[in-house]
Design a protein around this ligand. Structure first.
Ligand code: NAP
Length: 284
């Protein structure tokens, strides 16, 4: 491997201690604490693991974390009522809906029910609209924010670079593409129906991959010296794999995020940062 590994842990540590300091300031100057409510419907193991990781990071930064658990067979109305209560609760700074939700529920409708000023994952139409308008008044979804923080740690001029984002989900691919466009990259979004993926990705100065298919991107997909942000995380037993083949991609790219240890460690920190910003905005 010749690529420099873009590791997220050190940056995550630095940002965590800055967030902890902001939390202390908010407590001593405004007498307020930041509390995140996470809504979990059912008992999906992945969602529970994610909630545990979030709760640990919250503990280490002085943020309160309340897990609101609802039975797996509940109806839309039950979850809507729970979200509405949290929207109104003054002591709750921000809300997240842990996914996946059971199939009888409409996940998007539930995410959109979260009040925009408490929408820490930035998935409500209001926050997405602000992102599109580049107003600065929005919560960026945490994973794209984590990817951008790693990119910014390289101190590269982004304007005018060719960027390709593979994957177009509302929570990762689309908002990441928009963040790159807002920084004046020339952005192409690829997805499952894109023909000849390699002809696009091999021209990218910045290649971001968020699909969930290990080995999708190999050496010939990558321009020599490119920055490759591998966001995919797929569990195979206890091993976690990215979307890039690390050996062949690592021998072409200039920089590569490892999986695990690249974008992942920063994602929860970005959620905490959104929570801090939410309280600061709520205090005016
Ligand atoms: P998602 O909603 O399943 O979206 C996957 C995207 O990949 C879709 O847009 C899909 O296109 C596209 N796709 C599927 N097969 C493809 C192919 N063969 N070629 C090109 N594009 C293809 O997933 P997500 O929530 O965005 O997450 C993506 C990955 O990132 C997952 O592995 C997830 O675990 C990981 N992730 C990591 C973090 C982190 O903190 N590191 C956070 C969130 C997610 P179509 O819609 O057209 O099928």
């Amino acid at each position: 491997m010749t690529a420099t590994l873009l590791k997220g842990r050190r940056l995550a540590r630095r940002l965590r201690s800055r967030i902890a300091a902001d939390i202390r300031d908010l407590r001593s100057h405004a007498g307020r604490t930041v509390t995140i409510a996470a809504v979990l419907v059912g008992d999906d193991q992945g969602a529970l693991n994610y909630a545990r990781a979030q709760s640990r990071t919250c503990d280490s930064t002085g943020i309160g974390y309340r897990l609101v658990q609802l039975p797996g067979d509940c109806r839309m109305l039950d979850v809507v009522e729970a979200i509405d209560q949290l929207n109104l609760a003054a002591e709750i700074t921000g809300i997240i809906l842990l996914t996946p939700v059971p199939p009888q529920l409409n996940q998007t409708a539930l995410q959109w029910r979260i009040a925009p000023h408490k929408d820490l994952e930035g998935v409500s139409p209001g926050n997405m609209g602000h992102l599109l308008a580049d107003s600065g008044e929005f919560f960026t979804p945490p994973t794209p924010a984590a990817a951008m923080a790693l990119l910014d740690s390289l101190d590269l001029e982004l304007s005018g670079r060719q960027a390709v984002v593979v994957g177009h989900s509302a929570i990762v691919g689309k908002p990441l593409a928009m963040r790159l466009l807002n920084r004046r990259c020339t952005v192409t979004i690829a997805h499952k129906h894109t023909g000849d993926l390699a002809s696009l990705t091999s021209k990218a100065d910045i290649l971001c991959v968020a699909v969930g298919k290990p080995g999708l991107i190999v050496g010939h997909h990558v321009k020599k010296g490119a920055v490759v942000l591998d966001i995919g995380t797929t569990y195979v037993g206890k091993t976690v794999l990215g979307d890039c083949d690390p050996d062949s991609v690592g021998s072409k790219a200039g920089w590569l995020t490892p999986v695990p240890g690249g974008v992942g460690p920063l994602t929860t920190v970005m959620l905490m940062r959104n929570a801090c910003r939410a309280l600061a905005r709520q205090l005016g």
